[in-house]
Design a protein around this ligand. Structure first.
Ligand SMILES: NC(=O)c1ccc[n+]([C@@H]2O[C@H](COP(=O)([O-])OP(=O)(O)OC[C@H]3O[C@@H](n4cnc5c(N)ncnc54)[C@H](O)[C@@H]3O)[C@@H](O)[C@H]2O)c1
Length: 420
């Protein structure tokens, strides 16, 4: 067997998003899943290193399944991956009058396209098992009537619990596919398994990420690209809060809040933007979204909570600047600024939640119970209640649907913060 170099992340990060665009429908991208297992490499190794007709080395069933031929793509080491992939797909269309479902990189990988992960996996398994694929995955991508987030792959950081999990759940109910990215991978996996049991296999997956770590962000995005070919909406939601006075806050606490909330947002955008740009280059009419879950503390200073407020104000500066820079790649960038999620774990955790912390610290004058602390915070909201994930999901639909806005900070505070 010829020795074939491994498929690198830098090649796949262009190849898969380009295929998502090329093999998508008018208004949505395909899911393109990649298999680099020993089986995939050995099935395709037979055609490695040879000049090929599109079907050489593959069995008749693999060639003919579901009426489709595989596209065999041999990328030279110095190839412009997007250009070579586009040319190969154009050529395939001319020859076969249709789009490929299976793309073979001889000895390296098999990629399969579908409307969603389940369809792509079905095609992939059929190809690898050398049998006819069921008809239902053909055509690969259609724009059928469905929920507001239909066809969108949404990656949410900090989604093992709280707002992130709530937003992911809301978007799933609107037919999105969601990636729960979190440092707490055990909890993220458990939540993804529960959501997948309700909404379907492959509709919710978990990936590990430490948003404050450059390499971890890149690895998480590479995992998403290998699974789905890319993503449509990146929600930078992971955040931490360490409240203290400026004369007493440990520097390490300030650094942690800054590293997760501010630096983490930059590192996430840095990791996903090239993938979103490659998709857009392949299908310019489809745009993507980056959304930062910011805070009302990004719009107004917060007493004895300056590290958090500073990181969130900084997030608005990043949002506006990213929006200006990334518009040419078809990427909108907006922040959503929630009020307090008084029913969420950040507030209600019986040990470390903000209700008990504020009660112990005497932050609410006269309050002697958690219930009194809670009603104090509710009374500050004109609409009279805390913010819910369903409130945030409506803001997500707005910024995603909107084709004529970017760089905004959308308050969702029940009237507590009003823009000038
Ligand atoms: N809860 C609120 O009242 C409120 C109000 C306004 C804005 N927000 C913002 O909403 C976002 C979510 O807050 P929440 O209340 O749901 O928080 P939460 O504490 O309930 O959940 C945060 C999640 O982020 C994860 N996380 C923490 N550090 C991480 C890291 N380095 N890498 C990856 N994941 C990490 C945690 O494991 C957890 O699952 C935050 O950005 C927060 O600032 C929250």
């Amino acid at each position: 067997m010829n020795q074939v170099a491994e498929l690198t992340t830098s090649v796949l990060n262009v190849l898969a998003p380009t295929l998502r665009g090329l093999l998508g429908a008018a208004d949505r991208l395909a899911v393109v899943t990649t298999d680099t297992t020993e089986l995939a490499r050995s099935v395709t190794a037979a055609v490695a290193g040879r000049k090929l007709a599109a079907d050489a080395g593959l069995t008749p069933d693999q060639i003919g399944h579901a009426g489709s031929f595989p596209l065999v793509l041999e990328l030279a080491a110095d190839a412009d991956v997007a250009q070579a992939t586009t040319a190969a797909v154009m050529n395939f269309r001319e020859q076969h009058g249709t789009d490929p479902i299976i793309v073979v990189l001889p000895g390296q990988a098999v990629l399969a396209a579908g409307a969603d992960l389940a369809a792509a996996r079905t095609a992939l398994a059929a190809f690898l098992e050398n049998r006819e694929a069921p008809e239902h995955h053909r055509p690969p991508v259609t724009s059928g009537a469905a929920g507001r987030m239909s066809g969108k792959v949404v990656m949410v950081t900090g989604a093992a619990q709280g707002f992130g999990l709530g937003i992911a759940t809301e978007l799933l109910a609107q037919d999105a596919t969601v990636v729960l990215a979190d440092l707490n991978i055990e909890l993220a996996r458990q939540q993804a398994a529960e959501l997948a049991a309700t909404y379907g296999h492959g509709r919710a997956v978990a990936v590990r990420v430490d948003v404050s770590d450059e390499h971890s962000q890149l690895a998480a995005v590479a995992e998403v690209v290998a699974l789905f070919g890319g993503l449509d909406v990146f929600i930078s939601n992971a955040g931490v809060l360490r409240a203290d006075g400026v004369m007493t806050q440990p520097v390490a606490d300030f650094d942690l809040v800054t590293a997760v909330n501010y630096r983490g947002y930059f590192l996430g955008v840095r990791a996903v933007a090239p993938v979103l740009a490659a998709q857009h280059a392949a299908r310019p009419q489809v745009w993507s979204d980056i959304i930062e879950i910011n805070s009302k503390s990004g719009l107004e200073g917060s007493k004895r909570n300056f590290a958090y407020a500073g990181s969130k104000f900084g997030g608005i500066g990043l949002t506006q600047s990213f929006a200006l820079e990334l518009v040419e790649y078809g990427i909108k960038v907006n922040a959503i600024c929630p009020g307090n999620y008084l029913d969420g774990p950040l507030w209600t955790d019986p040990e470390r939640g903000l209700f008990v912390q504020y009660l112990r610290a005497g932050k609410v004058p006269g309050a002697t119970t958690v219930a009194e602390v809670r009603s104090f915070y509710e009374s500050k909201v004109p609409i009279g209640r805390g913010c819910l994930p369903s409130d945030l999901a409506k803001a997500v639909y707005y910024v995603v649907d909107q084709q004529y806005e970017t760089g905004q900070a959308v308050p969702v505070t029940g009237g507590q913060n009003m823009l000038n």
